[in-house]
Design a protein around this ligand. Structure first.
Ligand SMILES: CSCCC(=O)/C(O)=C/O
Ligand SMILES: [Fe+2]
Ligand code: NI
Length: 183
């Protein structure tokens, strides 16, 4: 179940707002320029499906977003708990950073916790299978896949070089929630 929690940027003792209703999450995130949608497919993807098959299964929504926003490249990232580099990969996303382009991620399977530092608040968005989130360029944010990651995500980029993070150096992420998915 997707969840939105909003806190003051200082701490998590005061929960300003929370909802687990897609429509309410979408409406609240839209107020701060973040796109949140649910995508569907009639294709039955098999475990281990190729990147091409995964992208083809969601071609209609991918093409719609490319037409609307002009993204140049699409890829698929898949991470699971038996990845020997899972701790190293987790850390890459766990510090507050920005991208010079939108961060557009669709969860084909599994889940991930995005934390968006917008104005004087932090928006924690637990995205799950079927959720699309698009964070505007230069929005400070971090992402937690948890100690036992399990997700397949389609990523859309403007920059053909793909993923580039500009870390802010702020330790704010240490004050907020993590994705608790195991030991
Ligand atoms: C869900 S894809 C991995 C997360 C990512 O690409 C990113 O930039 C998180 O901030
Ligand atoms: Fe990011
Ligand atoms: Ni949900």
């Amino acid at each position: 179940m997707s969840i939105l929690r909003i806190y003051p940027q200082q701490e998590t003792t005061q929960l300003l707002f929370t909802t687990d209703t897609h429509d309410h999450i979408r409406a609240r995130l839209q107020q701060v320029g973040v796109r949140f949608e649910q995508w569907h497919t009639d294709t039955q993807l098999t475990p281990g499906a190729s990147q091409e098959d995964v992208i083809a299964a969601y071609a209609a929504d991918i093409d719609r977003l490319i037409n609307e926003e002009g993204y140049q490249t699409v890829d698929v990232v898949s991470l699971n708990a038996d990845n020997p580099k899972k701790d190293e990969l987790r850390q890459i996303f766990l510090s507050e950073h920005r991208h010079s382009e939108d961060e557009v991620r669709f969860f084909v399977a599994g889940e991930g916790l995005f934390s968006l530092h917008i104005d004087d608040k932090v928006y924690e968005v637990l995205c799950q299978q079927g959720d699309l989130i698009s964070v505007p360029a230069n929005t400070p944010h971090w992402f937690d896949m948890g100690p036992n990651p399990g997700f397949i995500a389609i990523r859309l980029f403007n920059n053909p070089a793909g993923w580039v993070a500009n870390y802010t150096g702020d330790t704010i992420a240490e004050r907020f929630n993590r994705l608790e998915n195991g030991s």
